[in-house]
Design a protein around this ligand. Sequence first.
Ligand SMILES: [Zn+2]
Ligand SMILES: [Zn+2]
Length: 338
Amino acid sequence: MKAVVLRGFKTPLRLEEVEDIEALGKGEVLLKMEMTGVCYRDILTVDGYFPKTRLPIILGHEVCGRVVDVGEEVSEFKKGDRVASLTYIPCGQCPECRRGEENICRRRLWFGEDIHGSYAEYLKTNFRSLVKAPEDVSSEAVAISACVTAMLIHALESRGGLKEDEKVLITGATGGVGVHAIQVAKSYGAEVVAVTGRVEFVDNLYKIGADHVIVSRDGAYSEEVKKITGGMGVDMVLECVGLTIIESLRSVRWGGRIIQVGNIKPEPIPLALGHFILKEVSLHGSLSCTRKELAEALELHRTGKVNPVTKVFPLEEVEEAHRMIRERKHFGRIMLKP
Ligand SMILES: [Zn+2]
Ligand SMILES: [Zn+2]
């Protein structure tokens, strides 16, 4: 089959012929890939920020596929089923998995890092990663349903407890996460303040549902947030960037919360902890999603409450797709079609 293989950190990517996937083991499922998403995490993987990545590896963890074969002891799925997948295979047995918090399973296997991923014609997974996807949801929507939409359900609702009429600030609003975060937050009835450094996308942000857009090239947006919120600050910040957390801390109200989902430059940041104490601000890390949230995400797509905003490249143009993300020229999610 054809696949994009990462052979060494910081080396160029290209589509190449690799060995076909062999016989399936217990619980395993073979998918023919319909569409995969390109995540900023893939860029970080290429750059070596996840040094435990098992090279050489087929990149990618965002999956829309169709079942073409199943191993023994797979009863939930059969040949022909259309599926979405978690970005990892949970172990299914540890305390976290048993509590339904499989996103923090310490024995999980992450596609594109621990096991071969989705930048390929076929993907081998385990039934524990899969959720059936309706036929009337587009392949782009299925492919973003785990790493983007369900991840946002996990961040905004499960971790952040976002409620109707609350004000939420979204940083990095024009990226693949930000664009869909605006839609998910609106589906909860929140008032959305979007922050971007890209003036050319302001109209697009209003079109997809932002109530307020702040253009900030220098990353200093808290004064603008205070003006919008009558001096109070927002109830919640969805921090998609990382570097901007200091400014987000200035933008959140007393007693508010910051949900950290993105970290585009994984380097330490000096944080004045006094702000957390004196304003009683809470900071929540949020990682990926569970199968339950993945099913909820597919429903948000099926009902049209969240619509994918994507640009699709053929798989052989993987380098061009990655370059667009590195240069932040795109609005929404970049996808690869095998
Ligand atoms: Zn992803
Ligand atoms: Zn587990």
